[in-house]
Design a protein around this ligand. Structure first.
Ligand code: SF4
Length: 955
């Protein structure tokens, strides 16, 4: 027998050219190499996508979503031309029109609004990565009604982080993956921060670091955790406060860190009934004061050489002032937070809580890390070493999307700070432009004047009641009621309330709803069936209650069917985008970085009018409307398109959307005049720019003079912004004072008690509001919690129309824990009715043991409406896929006084998706084996996809 083997080319060339850009199959912004191959018609086609090994975000790693981008790019669901509705809303009946007609229609609708009542335009964008641009457009238009999707995503995490320590997780910062030894991850959806977390977990596993996952569901990251804590939903805050109780009781907190870098020593007015109760004692310059151990007198917090005293009290003018640390110790040493008091509610035994606290303490204090790197702090003191506590945390929507989520996220940030593990070696580290204290953020602006821009940005961080967006009569200025007494710190707006408020005319009616990339008629809304109804409801005069809807999407989504005018967007491989330091950049803890997308495969919809990048459409619309900044003095357009804007727009002199290769010589980093070659420099560099932070500035960023000076040089700040972390959030005390009757601006009577409780300046826990609203019988009527999770292989609704990704998740059963499964006698193939205070669904069930005993769950956004996304009417996503959203109310059940509050966190307005309570019953399988409710069907403006899509047959 011959041993000769035939010769194979095991690595044939897959492409003729590689073009490097940024992935947008989820929000992580990994670098990708897009391989192009000549098609049969001589045009280059996308043939293959791989990770870019030089890219700071993913270093070559590509996930299933990222590699399936080619099928997103070739998707038969892609829109092909602007559309004008010709059938009733929801029918999906459209006719294709020219871009000129589409733009003229939009201009004709919007121009009169700007001149008479700009607030009648509500402009809300979804998972938009260009918010600094879309927000600026809305500001120049003059409407107060702008926000992106943060209000229904994770504003609790972001706002709690900013108010507490000047940043939160994900885009704000990351664990010190190379040094951390104990990592706790709470409630993280697997599609968010996807590749970076997976790579980081890989590094921890290589080094033998321990991972503890806290999540009711053991999937994804939790499945590879060394320890899984299957907590009961909505109780994370209680669990964290029990950890704090245990650590404080054992004296295992970093007093040196707290003294130097936090407000722990600041003096709080503890005079009951005083109009300044709860506020810091300040000097004539407004600087908060602390007691100096040397002299015993109050001095400004930033006094050089000060030795803050955490224990002493101070009396002045008959008033008592106590340090924040004393107030915290008193609160958290209470038996209410003892592990034994919270164990049953959390579903975590007391001994286990104590053991985890002990482990945190042991690693933090007995495995301290020291780096021989001198640095100088903001008080001018030089330190010879950098010392760190190698414990780090990460959390996202799982703990955030509850009505107690703001305070829960605050508790987690406080836990990190008490351990001294933020911005130190081995701990949690900020990514530029963070850390950024509240004082470096704007306050919200909402005063609209016809024909004029808004006086400042829409979104911001109120410091007190004076920054609420209210009329002189106390009514909300914004359609979503963000920054009102109902949700004072709604820093990302409240997109989930826009449609229901506009439908109710509360606080006023609007004329045009303009949305981008937000599937509000389906998975992006609570209460989906009723939202569909609101979008189609008519007045007595036969006109739609929401008169006009303009929508931009790249695909034939459910929301497309509910709009009057469609402005078709491109896929992410067909347009320019800017992942900006002004927005949500791709920085690492060691470096500032930003990136672009560019048309590696220019838009091509043969036989149709074609599509345009939404940002370029806004540039055109802005010019047609004559918006300041979008036109020159002679009225001609200021920018040819979005690429032109990216290069030439300056937000401040010398600071624009991209930080790299600025200035006439292209050498400017962060600052410099516009450079006409800037985009080409990015393309030549693989689509990104990176600038490393100097060694002496890598840690202690909020207090490190070296970092502060570097940030100023890069245009991140215009002056150094050192600050103290806030264990105690003084702006919340100002709202609480208003609730108690102090100050000029007063809340309505029915909100006083709620504000007084919710605006506690130190983290608290209270049961999710849906539980309280249902009342005492909640455990009998709705004994289970119900969750949705996004899978690693899908990003929201985008993935379940993608031919490759559909093979991973083509349907979504309801996962039922073994205990409930047995109690109800379920068997394989069974169906169940799931009932909430808001409605019922009938769905297939599957057993899962690695699940909290009181929780059922499903994957989010796999289910699709018949006719949407170019799917066949019998596709499993249509027949067996379902949405939990039908069960989730946008309003809570009526209270005793008949009033209904929004199903949101009372501090930030974050949508409380995960407060949902349900009961489950076994029911016969429906005869047609389709999940319920039926949501009708929509005609498809793009037809139904073919069974096969081949290279060279792009539709
Ligand atoms: S994690 Fe995956 S889908 Fe998300 S940007 Fe990176 S490669 Fe793309």
């Amino acid at each position: 027998m011959s041993l000769d083997q035939p010769e194979f080319d095991t690595s044939p060339p897959v492409s003729d050219e590689v073009r490097k850009t940024t992935c947008y199959m989820c929000a992580c912004r990994c670098g990708i190499n897009v391989h192009m191959k000549d098609g049969p018609d001589g045009k280059k086609r996308v043939a293959y996508i791989e990770g870019n090994r030089d890219h700071p975000v993913n270093r070559g790693v590509l996930c299933a979503k990222g590699s399936a981008g080619i099928l997103q790019h070739l998707s038969p669901a892609r829109l092909r031309a602007p559309l004008k509705r010709v059938g009733p809303r929801g029918s999906g009946e459209f006719e294709e029109i020219t871009w000129e007609e589409a733009m003229q229609t939009a201009t004709d609708w919007l121009a009169p609004l700007r001149e008479t009542a700009p607030e009648k335009l509500a402009f809300f964008t979804g998972r938009d990565q260009s918010q600094s641009f879309t927000g600026w457009w809305a500001q120049q238009f003059g409407t107060p009604n702008y926000a992106a999707h943060g209000g229904f995503c994770s504003v609790n995490m972001a706002a709690a982080g900013i108010y507490t320590m000047g940043g939160a997780f994900w885009e704000f910062g990351q664990p010190d993956w190379e040094r951390t030894k104990l990592f706790m991850i709470f409630g993280v959806a697997e599609d968010h921060d996807s590749n970076p977390i997976k790579m980081g977990l890989g590094r921890l596993k290589e080094r033998g670091a321990k991972v503890i996952g806290v999540n009711p569901v053991r999937s994804g990251y939790n499945a590879i955790a060394d320890e899984w804590v299957g907590i009961t939903p909505g109780t994370d805050g209680l669990f964290i406060l029990a950890l704090i109780h245990t650590l404080v009781a054992a004296g295992k907190v970093d007093l040196g860190y707290l003294t130097r870098y936090t407000d722990a020593p600041l003096l709080v007015n503890c005079d009951p009934g005083s109009p300044e109760e709860g506020l810091f004692l300040r000097d004539g310059d407004g600087k908060p004061l602390l007691l100096d151990r040397k002299g015993g007198a109050p001095v400004a917090f930033d006094t050089p050489g000060v030795k803050p005293d955490l224990a002493a009290e101070h009396r002045a003018d008959g008033k008592l002032y106590r340090p924040v640390f004393q107030l915290m110790a008193e609160r958290y040493l209470s038996d209410d937070y003892a592990p034994e008091a919270v164990a049953e509610r959390c579903g975590v035994p007391a001994a286990r809580i104590r053991r985890i606290a002990a482990e945190l303490a042991r690693v933090a204090f007995e495995e301290e890390i020291t780096i021989d790197q001198p640095w100088t702090d903001f008080r001018g003191q030089r330190h010879e070493k950098m010392t760190g506590r190698p414990v780090s945390f990460h959390a996202m929507r799982g703990i955030s999307a509850h009505s107690n989520g703001f305070q829960t996220c605050r508790a987690l940030h406080v836990l990190q700070i008490l351990l001294g593990s933020v911005e130190v070696p081995g701990g949690f580290r900020f990514k530029p432009p963070y850390p950024k204290p509240v004082s470096a953020h704007p306050v919200p602006h909402a005063d609209a004047t016809p024909g004029r821009p808004l006086p400042g940005p829409h979104l911001g961080f109120p410091r007190g009641p004076e920054h609420l967006a209210l009329t002189g009569d106390g009514a909300p200025l914004r359609i979503d009621k963000a920054f009102s007494w109902e949700n004072p710190l709604s820093a990302h707006g409240m997109m989930h309330m826009v449609i229901s408020n506009a439908h109710a005319g509360d606080p006023y009616r609007i004329d045009t709803l303009f949305m981008y990339m937000a599937n509000m008629a389906w998975n992006s809304s609570m209460n989906t069936s009723q939202v569909m109804q609101m979008l189609t409801d008519k007045d007595d005069d036969g006109e739609y209650v929401i008169p006009r809807i303009i929508y931009s999407d790249a695909y034939s989504s459910e929301m497309v069917a509910y709009a009057d005018l469609i402005l078709p967007d491109t896929t992410y491989l067909e347009r320019h985008d800017c992942i900006s330091l002004l927005d949500r950049p791709i920085c690492e803890a060691d470096a500032a970085a930003d990136a672009i997308r560019w048309p590696v495969s220019p838009p091509d919809r043969p036989g149709h009018e074609g599509v345009r990048g939404f940002q370029s459409v806004l540039i055109d619309l802005g010019a047609r409307l004559g918006l300041p900044g979008f036109v020159e003095e002679d009225g001609s357009p200021a920018f040819a398109d979005y690429a032109d804007y990216i290069v030439n727009h300056e937000r401040r002199p010398g600071v624009g959307p991209l930080a790299g290769w600025r200035g006439e010589d292209g050498e400017g980093r962060g600052r410099g005049a516009p450079n006409p070659d800037q985009l080409q420099r990015y393309i030549d560099n693989g689509g990104f720019w990176i600038d490393h932070i100097p060694e002496e500035a890598l840690y202690y960023k909020p207090w490190n003079k070296g970092y502060q000076d570097w940030a100023v040089a890069r245009g991140i700040f215009d002056a150094p912004q050192p600050y103290l972390f806030n264990l105690y959030v003084e702006p919340m005390a100002r709202f609480r004072l208003a609730a108690r009757g102090h100050g000029d601006r007063q809340p309505p009577a029915h909100l006083r008690d709620r504000l007084d409780q919710a605006m506690d300046p130190m983290p608290i826990w209270y049961p999710p509001l849906e539980e309280s609203a249902v009342g005492a019988g909640v455990e009998e009527s709705y004994p289970l919690h119900a969750l949705t999770q996004r899978p690693m292989a899908m990003y929201h609704s985008w993935g379940s129309q993608n031919a490759w990704l559909r093979q991973i998740h083509g349907r979504n059963p309801l996962y039922v824990p073994g205990k409930i499964w047995r109690e109800h006698g379920f068997a394989e193939g069974d169906w169940a009715r799931l009932t909430s205070p808001n409605g019922a669904i009938i769905v297939p069930v599957v057993r899962m043991e690695a699940l909290n005993d009181h929780t059922v769950w499903t994957w989010n956004a796999i289910g699709k409406r018949k006719g949407a996304w170019a799917l066949d009417k019998d596709a499993p996503e249509v027949t067996k896929g379902f949405l939990m959203n039908h069960l989730i109310g946008d309003l809570l059940p009526p209270r005793g006084d008949g009033m209904r509050w929004s199903n949101s966190d009372p501090v930030t307005g974050q949508a409380a998706w995960f407060d949902l309570r349900v009961r489950i019953e076994k029911v016969p399988a429906p005869e047609d084996a389709r999940a319920r409710p039926e949501t009708g069907s929509q005609a498809s403006p793009v037809g139904v996809g073919p069974d096969e899509v081949r290279l060279g047959e792009k539709r």
